[in-house]
Design a protein around this ligand. Sequence first.
Ligand code: ADP
Ligand code: ZN
Ligand code: ZN
Length: 798
Amino acid sequence: MIAQVIVDVAARQTDRAFEYHIPSDLEKDIKIGSRVVVPFGPRKVQGFVVGLSETSEFKGKLKDLLVVVDEMPPLTPELVKLSADLAKNIYSYRIKILQAMLPWVMRAGYRKLLLPNSSQAQKMQFFKGDPIDLNKVTDPDQIKQIRKLLRNDDAKIEYVVENKAKKKKENQYDLVLAPSEYEKIYNTLRQNAVKQKQLLMDIVENYKAYPKSQSNLENKLDLTSSVLNSAVKKGWLKRKAVEVYRDPLAGFDDHKPAKITLNDEQQNALDQIAQKIDQQKSKTFLLEGITGSGKTEVYLHAISEALAQGRNALMLVPEISLTPQMVRQVRARFGQEVAVLHSALSEGEKYDEWRRIRRGETKVVVGARSAVFAPLDNIGLIVIDEEHESSYKQETDPRYNARNVAIWRSKYHHCPLVLGSATPSLGSRARAQKHVYQLLRLTKRANHKELPQVNLIDLKHVQFAGGQFDLSVNLVNAIKDRLEKKEQVILMLNRRGFANFMLCRECGFVLKCPNCDVSLNLHKDTNSMQCHYCGHTEPIPQRCPNCQSSQIRFLGTGTQKVQEELEELLPGARILRMDVDTTRRKGSYKRILDAFGNHEADILLGTQMIAKGLDFPNVTLVGVINADTGLWISDYNASEKTFELLTQVAGRAGRAEKEGEVMIQTYNPDHYAIQLAKTQDYERFYAYEMNVRHAGNYPPYFFTVLISIASKKEQNAAREAFRIKRFLMQRLHQETIILGPSPSAISRVKNQYYYQILVKYKKEPNLNELLHHVQDSAQEAKKYGLSIYIDNEPERIM
Ligand code: ADP
Ligand code: ZN
Ligand code: ZN
């Protein structure tokens, strides 16, 4: 037997499979999707089996495959096939796509530094603790020290294919005697052996419930491990270590939800979807429903329908950590059969959830972007909630769009795909218009509540409260009013930190990041100036670094500053802040949202994190501190993103009995995106914006490819960009538009200068191949310190 293997070496030459002979003792273990170790040149590398055959033209000359890594192939034949198709559509290497399909701990393996007990190694502070994954060491000092250790033979490097330690084990206690014997022991125990008596009582009463886990016995019976140890010694119990799954949903209560009867619109949407589930037909639906129209309820009913047909369901949500409420609902409905996958889980939790799915132990998978690769079999329904969210597109290699992958999988499984949103992306809505997708609309709020009243506050003509220019008197009064009524308020400002930049009034100097072409932000909580692009921090200057003047000002505003102002203006108000800075720690999202849900705070102030999916019945006022933050960025998407964000955040108000109000502060009250967000009129926005896109030759009328060229030397980046442009100009159609090269909006990040070329086209059958050429030359260019990034999104459908 011969195996075709994609090896773990990212290069154009290795984008095709290499053939290996399978030794007879490995034959029965090797399947399509197996992870293997093979010789490659002088090295041994990991790879994935993507094909099997009986013969090869090189038969007899092939090298032997060395190792099969896992008992069960980590990739299904479906995922192997998907990786091939995806590699043709996005500009990446197939090995990168295969790896992206696996949890991090299984990817590629990694190089681990092994340290014998040498005194030199022990002296080095940072080697305390776990062995080091060399892929993760970036600190130049550490790298220097590691080199030194290797030179002196104090350490060696081992290639680890999988971190076995990531599997979690727990002690389990099983019974060894008959029930009557335990009773006998219980009766002869001394009176003061309280804990032992307690354990035996439990055994007698719950004989059938054993074996029990250590944590179960310790927590439920309040026993210590020494009681269990002695029980084992006395021969009452036997202990064994078993593998357990970490449960990321532990702590979520599984209360059964009230039964909801769908309204006519919901029922109609469900019927259409259910029909395709029953017929086993692939079909993409766009479920366009205003906020609060009960889209979630439609998803959950549709998932039930798929399960009733004996099939499984995959549901994508933007970033679950942001919407624990959604996870909670799905878990409440489908219990232990739900697996979740998202970035806030620990690597171990992700690995466990992934293995449960791969082993067929779950029926419903809820996850963020990468969950679209979940090794779930027999899929009967795929749902993408908030389909317009940009987080469904991965912005690093491989740059895939989860929506397109979901379309592929729905075709593979002959099942419907439901894209849901209150503000569908223009591309999706345009496809529904052309009947590529089928449009389903929910036009009424499920609880018959009106949409909240939205008021615009023109910041050009308004009185501000306090000494700053952030909060209008109108907004502050409205907040006061709600606090008196014991109602709650959500405030959004899409900018974190305290102030955006430091300006010298004497000489005009602006303090910039030494590595990036952006100003540094003041962060009061950490008492530092921070770069939001590279993480650089430095102390807050007391004087202008340029002219030593003390006349320096910190301008612009962020969530930290607004929090301080609110505390001053509304003494006694309880404020929770939710932004990147307050949610770094695991579980902090949930803590903040739970506290707000329990009315432990009056005001939830946050960045766009709080705009989506939250459902708090007591929130009657939503305030947008500044609607203009994203309006003037140089991106054709700016209006769409602004409309979307305002509509989403407005939808957080007045979701239950009490009426909701929304106040949007803006310097651009006449801008169409803001005007139409006021009336929350998606259909009119769609019509207007389509005209704008048409006039500007933008998606969805054109496809776009963005090519970014980066180098530490600005001229090199520019020169390469012009070379690529000439190459493309000679080969592309006349009507194709090539813009640039020009410096990117932020021209320097992490000491790299960026140039970009934007290609807009309608039909370019050869573009795929041409871009692969550009990518090949990128390999070459690397030698000269150039990097090239190609992004063929947004609108291509596989
Ligand atoms: P969306 O996701 O469209 O914004 P949700 O699914 O969150 O809306 O629904 C909004 C609220 O309406 C939720 O509290 C939900 O429980 C409730 N709801 C949904 N459908 C119905 C229904 N048919 N009858 C009564 N309440 C409903
Ligand atoms: Zn100065
Ligand atoms: Zn920086």
